[in-house]
Design a protein around this ligand. Structure first.
Ligand SMILES: CC(C)(COP(=O)(O)OP(=O)(O)OC[C@H]1O[C@@H](n2cnc3c(N)ncnc32)[C@H](O)[C@@H]1OP(=O)(O)O)[C@@H](O)C(=O)NCCC(=O)NCCS
Length: 157
């Protein structure tokens, strides 16, 4: 099933950051298999909200989102990317990444990087399908908390 052509991707700056954050946390389990509520710190919606976007269905439901920021050394860090469980494998994750890539390119970013748990098979498959290389980073998030760092070159750089 391909993405509903009427799904709209809207920058968070056009929305109320607090309201969107509350809605996404309410629906957390439709987007995530493990508890990542703590990664939804308000700073990602308020201070870095310019790099974030929400995907909305024609009837106004939240069906996906991306949060991130571009660092001083031109790394586009993709902090969170999620598609609601009933909308996966329709190309929406790819569309959200494209939105983020295009914005990151306008700021001079050259690489996109995401970090995921080694057992997050869909995320690893998704990012490698988009061309990311993988690097296992031991103790990345603390003792025993290994992570996979996924890095890809931005198109056109
Ligand atoms: C990872 C995630 C965002 C992918 O979103 P999605 O909308 O399903 O991805 P897309 O439909 O755009 O998939 C693009 C390509 O990625 C690959 N892919 C995506 N999900 C996959 C899966 N579960 N298994 C294997 N390949 C997969 C495929 O090559 C796919 O292309 P295809 O459908 O034409 O074969 C989604 O699974 C998700 O929200 N997971 C829960 C949250 C999460 O773990 N986020 C990752 C944080 S780094």
């Amino acid at each position: 099933m391909r993405q509903d052509v009427d799904v709209r991707i809207v920058g968070l700056t056009e929305l109320s950051a607090s309201v969107v954050r509350a809605r996404l946390l309410d629906q957390h389990d439709r987007f995530w298999a493990s508890d990542v509520r703590a990664l939804h710190h308000p700073v990602w919606f308020h201070q870095f909200g310019g790099f974030g976007a929400l995907a909305m269905s024609p009837d106004g439901e939240d069906v996906g989102y991306v949060l991130g920021a571009v660092t001083a050394d031109r790394l586009a860090y993709l902090h969170l990317l999620a598609v609601r469980d009933d909308q996966r494998r329709t190309g929406l994750g790819r569309a959200l990444c494209r939105w983020f890539d295009e914005l990151a390119l306008t700021t001079g970013a050259r690489f996109v990087q995401a970090v995921t748990r080694p057992d997050n098979v869909p995320a690893l498959a998704f990012h490698t399908a988009l061309g990311a290389s993988t690097h296992l980073s031991r103790d990345h998030s603390g003792p025993g908390a290994d992570r996979v760092v996924l890095t890809r070159t931005l198109p056109g750089t």
